[in-house]
Design a protein around this ligand. Sequence first.
Ligand code: NAP
Length: 255
Amino acid sequence: MDLGLTGKKAIVCAASKGLGKASALALAREGVDLVITARNAEALADTAREIEAETGVTVTPVAGDIKTPEGRAAALAACPNPDILVNNAGGPPRGDFRDFTAEDWMAAVNGNMITAIELITAVVDGMMERGFGRIVNITSAAVRQPIHDLCLSNAARAGLTGFVAGLSRETVKHNVTINNILPGPFETERLTGPVRAAGGDVAEAVAKIGAGNPAGRVGQPEEFGDACAFLCSAKSGFITGQNLLLDGGNYRGTM
Ligand code: NAP
């Protein structure tokens, strides 16, 4: 299927690794020029070179913390009128709600709700004027089924989901869609890093998580990237305000 994206421009946030990188690569394979962001400039530049070498599109790395006004301004300066925006940022820490301070809550709401809202606000009117726009927010399966020690994530991402549910119905008649993708367990640094840091066997830990999933495995980043590219495509103009759960069927609800 031709996704109709050749020559479009995208900002993909938090994209030197993991799900952001996979989304950037899937878009690049469809001929989309990219601005990608992450904090570590070296790793980001490596990723930009890797994607350019494979796909031939232009990939501009913009190093910075997307959770800060400066980081967002730098990304927007490099691509002021994107056709596509993929919002992503690192998740907040795990822990018991009793141990978090008001500052911890503010940081989570800033990072996983307000950051995305600020970027949407900066680009959505231009997208509507031009008659094309695709916005995808990478959130979490925790929005559908809260995870007990990820209360910061459960709450902040639910706030973004509520905002998108309203706005996405206002933009769709201008061919601007806004959707969220909710990852379950995917084999990225986010999943494997803590195991490695604790000196554990990564392959064993991944297999154990996968064994408890109806798919018998965890997800691969490429599977996420392809779903993201479809939601960003010219073919998906009638899909808006949705929360697409990519979790191998782990959530047992009927809908
Ligand atoms: P990952 O493999 O650890 O990659 C995170 C990427 O985001 C890196 O490129 C990182 O680069 C960048 N990043 C982190 N914080 C940033 C910031 N403040 N500003 C700019 N870039 C930043 O993580 P992932 O698995 O792809 O996760 C992506 C999102 O999905 C996270 O919010 C995570 O909580 C959520 N999620 C993941 C899973 C999963 O199983 N993988 C499940 C549910 C939800 P730098 O460190 O250099 O900035």
